[in-house]
Design a protein around this ligand. Structure first.
Ligand SMILES: [Fe+2]
Length: 188
């Protein structure tokens, strides 16, 4: 079932429950129907919030590479990706979607450059292969973003999924590999 259909179904359910609650209570507080509807409404809202929250990334201390500037970049990237999630979830206008996407891509490039400068300057042995991973990521994101600009169905969702899984996987594994080395070089 598509995301739009789920959102429409939830909206119809909430409006119907609200109507049952209002009409039910108008007919008397002893009527059990509006109370049951109220209970269902609370469960629906809690469930919806839980599902929505699951789509958002959150920073974990285990993601830290021990270098303040890099951790701060990763936190900012998580924040920007979550902004894109909000833009998609709440179907804001396309201009906002494009703007949040551009912010993610621009900051990712800025961050990669910062990381690469640190690795190169400190003669990190795996610099070339790490840089290659960055380049492959940018290439993939650029291709998906082109699909989005060409109004390909599901392109923005695919792009968001890729950004989320790539970022978490990368900061959790590949970035951890340079952590000890750069820290031993005095990078803070
Ligand atoms: Fe990296």
């Amino acid at each position: 079932m598509g995301r739009n259909l789920i959102m429409l179904g939830t909206a119809i359910l909430v409006v119907s429950l609200l109507a049952i609650i209002i009409i039910g209570f108008l007919s008397g507080m002893s009527n059990p129907v509006p109370w049951i509807a109220l209970l269902i409404l609370v469960v629906v809202v809690l469930l919806h919030n839980k599902l929505v929250k699951r789509n958002y990334l959150s920073w974990k201390d285990s993601y830290s590479v021990g270098i303040e500037s890099i951790d701060s970049d990763h936190k900012k990237l998580i924040h920007l990706i979550n902004n894109l999630q909000t833009a998609i979830d709440y179907k804001t206008d396309k201009q906002f979607e494009q703007q949040t996407l551009a912010e993610v891509i621009d900051y990712t490039k800025y961050h990669f450059q910062r990381e690469e400068d640190l690795m190169e300057k400190n003669k990190y042995a795996d610099f070339v292969s790490h840089k290659a991973q960055h380049e492959i990521m940018i290439e993939k994101v650029t291709t998906l973003a082109r699909g989005y600009e060409n109004d390909e169905s599901g392109a923005i969702e695919a792009l968001l999924m890729y950004l989320k899984s790539w970022l978490i996987n990368h900061i959790n594994h590949t970035d951890q590999e340079y952590s000890g080395f750069l820290l031993s070089k005095g990078v803070k």
